[in-house]
Write a protein that binds this ligand. Structure first.
Ligand SMILES: Cc1ncc(C[n+]2csc(CCOP(=O)(O)OP(=O)(O)O)c2C)c(N)n1
Length: 326
């Protein structure tokens, strides 16, 4: 914390608050049917892992993730307006309204999505990292992975090849202990997921406190440096917790996990932890934090208006980029 400027610290706070407020609004919009569809997976609770990890990258680096993707896109600097428009399936959305919540991508930000098939993006991450290596570009790819996804065959294939080819990729497992409704101990014999690095001959970046943005930043920065210097991949396990059910259709999560949820919310909330650290470090920081909170709320209001007032895709839009004519 001592090495970081006040400006950086406040920007990390802003990013975390923006994600929380954006997703709280998405949840409301889903409940009143402004956002539709069967799926929407919120990132709330994980903010420090995303913000700390992506602060270790530059704009030339690459990010890929699964369907809990709105937070990563916001951190990468994708504007909230086209993200919200995508949530509502509008023409102005990042994917022209054809992807929805699980497909938030932006080529301009090297934010490669947003994938619905569990683990399916891991070979893509290896491919992106391979392209950087093959073209002699000093870029690093961060791939976020769910704990459940680490039991999928794609995980094995991608981590193995990344080890064989010493690809510049940092694999970050966001371990929130649950895959849909299945607890990790019911699906996984080796519950210390970072230990799997040994099996692939890659660097074990350890298990980190994913609620502490500084711990995440330090570990991921070290891993990014190692990968960028051509030493190969690193596997990190970040311990975190999701505040909502697997997706919006999981209505009983709050009740099933009530005690554990309360414990994390009350004692380990990543935004509260950062707020307290900022209050300790800087005198009278509260008005500045309140200003940031209000600015994030205004950005979310603007994104909501923008998306609601955006047109739906036309029929021509919907059938474009589906088939390529020779
Ligand atoms: C190949 C495949 N199998 C099953 C599913 C259904 N499914 C969606 S999410 C999920 C659980 C994934 O959990 P985890 O990787 O821990 O990620 P989290 O949701 O906790 O972020 C499952 C089984 C799917 N989308 N793709």
């Amino acid at each position: 914390m001592a090495r970081l400027t006040k400006e950086t610290l406040l920007d990390w706070y802003r990013q975390m608050v923006l994600i929380r407020q954006f997703e709280t609004r998405c949840d409301e919009l889903y409940q009143n049917k402004t956002i539709t569809g069967v799926y929407m997976h919120l990132y709330s609770g994980h903010e420090a892992t995303g913000v700390g990890a992506l602060a270790a990258l530059g704009p030339e680096d690459h990010v890929i993730t699964a369907y809990r993707d709105h937070g990563h896109a916001l951190i990468r600097g994708v504007h909230p307006n086209p993200i919200m428009a995508e949530m509502m399936g509008k023409k102005t959305g990042v994917s022209g309204g054809k992807g929805g919540s699980m497909h938030i991508a932006s080529r301009q930000h090297n934010m490669w999505g947003g994938y619905a098939i569990v683990g399916g993006h891991l070979p893509l991450a290896a491919g992106i990292a391979f392209a950087s290596q093959y073209n002699d570009r000093p870029e690093v790819t961060i791939s976020f992975i769910g704990d459940g996804a680490s039991n999928n065959g794609y995980f094995h294939e991608a981590l193995n090849m990344s080890g064989v080819w010493k690809l510049p990729v940092v694999w970050i497992i966001e371990n929130n202990f649950v895959a849909m409704g299945t607890r990790i101990e019911d699906s996984t014999a080796q519950t210390e997921l970072h230990n799997r690095a040994i099996g692939y001959g890659i660097r074990d970046g350890g298990r980190i406190d994913g609620q502490d943005v500084f711990a995440v930043y330090d570990s991921v920065s070290e891993a990014v440096k190692y990968a960028r210097e051509g030493n190969g991949p690193v596997l990190i396990e970040s311990i975190t917790y999701r505040y909502k059910g697997h997706g919006v259709s999981d209505k009983t999560y709050d009740k099933r996990f009530a005690d554990e949820l309360a414990e994390w919310r009350d004692n380990k909330d990543p935004i509260e932890l950062l707020r307290r650290q900022l209050q300790k470090k800087f005198k009278n920081i509260d008005p500045e934090l309140a200003k940031i909170d209000a600015a994030c709320q205004a950005a979310v209001d603007e994104a909501t208006e923008y998306a609601i007032n955006s047109p739906d895709p036309t029929y021509e839009d919907l059938i474009s980029n589906v088939y390529v004519e020779e």
